[in-house]
Ligand binder design. Structure first.
Ligand SMILES: [Ca+2]
Ligand SMILES: [Ca+2]
Ligand SMILES: [Ca+2]
Ligand SMILES: [Ca+2]
Length: 174
């Protein structure tokens, strides 16, 4: 959140004078930037992401779905069905690592060439990296799906499990 915070860092609520029934205090202030879903008016710049809204729902007592029980709620989880959350003590492919920054976490993203499907091109990319570890300058961290520092059979089996499918599912992919 770049603007619309008070000095304590809290997001301001929409509180016009005079009061607008149904909008005042129920929404975030319109000066919020980037725009938020819970402003009084919908903005064309909004995408499918729930921005601060999921935090708001937690504040009012809702529990957010966490399908893979990895500590990152589905709406924020870049691999919704594979545990790769903050509770997992691994600095690599776990902990939401996303080497190619496409919104799909490494551990569920075998679409290395980003054409939308896991196919033979991706398999070739993996086999060209097979046996290479992070000390090798040609090492591609996106291909080390499980983030253990080496491209190995574990990564290959993840690719084969996903073969023919798109990457993900992800709660944050655009
Ligand atoms: Ca996950
Ligand atoms: Ca990715
Ligand atoms: Ca691909
Ligand atoms: Ca690996």
């Amino acid at each position: 959140m770049r603007t619309c915070k008070d000095s304590a860092g809290n997001v301001r609520l929409y509180a016009p004078n005079p009061v607008q029934s149904g909008s005042s205090i129920y929404h975030y202030d319109t000066v919020a930037s980037p725009n938020l879903l819970m402003e009084p008016f919908i903005n064309s710049s909004l995408d499918a992401h729930l921005d601060l809204t999921d935090d708001l729902m937690v504040d009012v007592g809702w529990a957010l779905l966490d399908s893979d029980d990895d500590g990152v709620p589905d709406v924020a989880d870049n691999c919704r069905l594979v545990a790769n959350g903050t509770l997992i003590p691994d600095a690599g492919g776990n902990s939401q690592s996303d080497a190619d920054s496409d919104g799909y976490g490494d551990i569920c993203d075998a679409d290395f060439n980003n054409n939308g499907v896991v196919d033979s091109n991706d398999a070739s990319l993996l086999f060209n990296q097979f046996g290479i570890d992070s000390f090798d300058e040609s090492f591609n961290p996106a291909v080390d799906m499980n983030g253990n520092g080496a491209v190995d059979s574990n990564d290959a089996s993840r690719l084969f499990s996903a073969f023919g499918n798109p990457p993900g599912p992800s709660g944050v992919a655009p």
